[in-house]
Design a binder for this molecule. Structure first.
Ligand SMILES: NC(=O)c1ccc[n+]([C@@H]2O[C@H](COP(=O)([O-])OP(=O)(O)OC[C@H]3O[C@@H](n4cnc5c(N)ncnc54)[C@H](O)[C@@H]3O)[C@@H](O)[C@H]2O)c1
Length: 256
């Protein structure tokens, strides 16, 4: 399937993990990918692995509104944007009473403010053309509380609601906005949670009632490519009557 021939999609967090998997899939389907990430060497490594002229790496910190707005405007002049995926994000785990105000603020700066900056800059480019699709990556933790993840869960809930409000306002002008909410997915972020704990993956799959987790009915952790498939579907014309939705991709872990 080559659903993106002639189309340009911006992807944040494209240096690794879910964002890189989205970029890879979009390239395979014919897209030009504007790959945004603050990690320049990560972007370079991904560019080398993907070996495609259509992968355009751009180093940017999404918390810097002016930087984001200038870059998006420049890129859109060269390659008018048809779609946007916000996969950049951070996680910080701590018991609620120990979570520092600095960590709380950083979670919101990146996950919420950063997503807002990119969405607004891209929407301003899309609206005059009357078409576009935006997919923001939240988490199943946006709607299901998780132990030691209060700041992360709250930030992802904000991303999910921001996206649905955008969908409501922008729909009449041809811009669809949807959320993808992954569950545990094999990336650096999951490794950050598990560290060297080899048993963690198995416990995530089996569940842990002490942590109020029921486990994953499909019996496995997601691969980044599994999540990319859902994101790319929502970006594509196959989803052209779908907006304001939250596609939960967690193997059934939060019962949908
Ligand atoms: N991996 C999981 O289990 C999981 C589960 C649910 C949701 N998610 C969400 O999926 C998205 C992708 O996660 P992942 O697992 O691929 O994470 P990851 O840590 O592997 O990749 C995140 C990317 O975001 C980039 N990034 C972080 N802060 C940035 C900033 N200020 N400006 C620009 N780029 C920045 C990082 O450099 C990195 O390349 C995140 O929003 C995450 O919250 C992940």
């Amino acid at each position: 399937m080559k659903r993106f021939v002639g189309k340009t999609i911006a992807v944040t967090g494209a240096a690794r993990g879910i964002g890189a998997a989205v970029a890879e899939r979009l390239l395979a389907e014919g897209a030009t990918v504007i790959a945004l990430d603050q990690d320049g060497s990560g972007l370079e490594a991904t560019a080398q692995a993907l070996r495609s002229q259509a992968f355009k790496p751009c180093v940017v910190d999404i918390t810097e509104q002016q930087q984001v707005a200038g870059l998006i405007e420049r890129m859109d002049r060269q390659h008018p944007l048809d779609g946007l995926v916000n996969a950049a994000g951070i996680l910080d785990a701590a018991p609620f009473e120990q979570l520092s105000a600095k960590a709380w603020r950083r979670l919101f700066e990146v996950n919420v403010h950063g997503t807002f900056h990119v969405c607004q800059a891209v929407a301003r480019c899309m609206l005059p053309r009357g078409r576009g699709a935006i997919v923001n990556v939240a988490s199943n933790a946006a709607t299901t509380p998780r132990v030691n993840l209060s700041g992360y869960c709250a930030s992802k809930a904000a991303v999910a609601m921001l996206t649905r409000c955008m969908g409501l306002e922008l729909g009449a002008q041809g811009v669809r906005c949807n959320v993808v909410s992954p569950g545990s997915t094999r990336t650096a972020m999951l490794h950050q949670l598990s560290g060297d704990d080899d048993g963690l993956e198995q416990r995530v799959v089996q569940g842990d009632l002490g942590l109020h987790r029921i486990g994953i009915p499909l019996g496995k952790i997601a691969e980044p490519q599994d999540i990319a498939a859902g994101i790319v579907f929502l970006l594509s014309d196959d989803a052209n009557h779908i907006t304001l939705q939250n596609l939960v991709m967690d193997g059934g872990a939060t019962f949908g």
